[in-house]
Design a protein around this ligand. Structure first.
Ligand SMILES: C[S@@+](CC[C@H](N)C(=O)[O-])C[C@H]1O[C@@H](n2cnc3c(N)ncnc32)[C@H](O)[C@@H]1O
Length: 231
């Protein structure tokens, strides 16, 4: 079972607000985002957060597992957050792939959610590393990349993942030129888009093949895409 310390609990709840308790959601509404993000987030948490977290990310993997190739060497995740998904992807692949995990490395003081050109950040890359090292990944498999510094990926990307990040909170254009230099026709892309901002026809301008594989309809509605052939 994964073990979450105080800081990783806070990050997880900011990254995945479906894990907030009803009491936390109530206080967020009542006291506002600043007080919630900086103080109240530490209280009124669900008791079985670890179990719920495991189930959440195993379910996420279920939504796209059948689209993954049998063998894989290099995985890139844009906006990886704590990277818990990769514990389960790593268990699938016995050949021990390399994980290039991109995120910012700060926690903004007021997390608003939504879609914007320059979206808030809420991650601590060292926490991502600790969680992965404590759950089966080897040090040499993990390459953490702070996107506010130089983004250096030496290898060709076999699988690009971005759950609830690129395309969902900020434009895919922020990364598309970088991806063109690191991907080929075989690269598989799994990423979420904010449905109000991106329809499938818009995405088809960037990829030869696009399929919607999962949807969530809420205030910030989501389409999960499986794409190939970056143009
Ligand atoms: C909703 S969380 C999702 C985290 C993770 N992908 C998951 O499925 O739990 C969005 C993540 O995107 C990161 N982020 C925000 N702006 C970013 C940017 N320009 N580039 C990369 N990551 C960014 C945030 O710091 C945060 O970790």
């Amino acid at each position: 079972m994964i073990n979450l310390n105080k800081i990783s609990r806070k990050l997880l709840l900011l990254q995945r607000n479906e894990l907030l308790s009803d009491t936390q959601k109530y206080f967020r509404k009542k006291f506002g985002r600043y007080i919630f993000t900086n103080f109240l987030i530490h209280y009124f948490q669900k008791k079985n957060l670890e179990n719920l977290t495991e189930n959440l990310f195993k379910n996420e993997l279920n939504t796209f597992e059948k689209y993954l190739p049998a063998n894989i060497e290099n995985i890139v995740d844009i906006g990886c957050g704590l990277g818990i998904l990769h514990i389960y992807i790593n268990e699938m692949y016995q050949n021990k792939p390399s994980f290039f995990l991109l995120d910012k490395n700060t926690i903004d003081t007021k997390i608003k959610y939504g879609f914007s050109e320059n979206y808030e950040s809420y991650n601590v890359l060292n926490e991502t590393k600790n969680i992965l090292l404590n759950n089966g990944l080897l040090n040499e498999q993990i390459h953490l990349i702070n996107v506010d510094k130089e983004i250096k990926i030496d290898n060709k990307i076999d699988l690009l993942i971005s759950l609830k990040s690129m395309g969902y909170h900020y434009p895919i254009d922020n990364y598309i030129e970088l991806l063109k230099t690191k991907c080929n026709n075989k690269t598989i892309f799994i990423f979420d888009v904010f449905a109000d901002r991106y329809n499938v026809d818009l995405i088809k301008k960037n990829f030869k093949f696009v399929e919607v594989i999962y949807e969530e309809s809420s205030l910030h509605s989501l389409k999960r895409l499986y794409c190939k052939g970056l143009l």
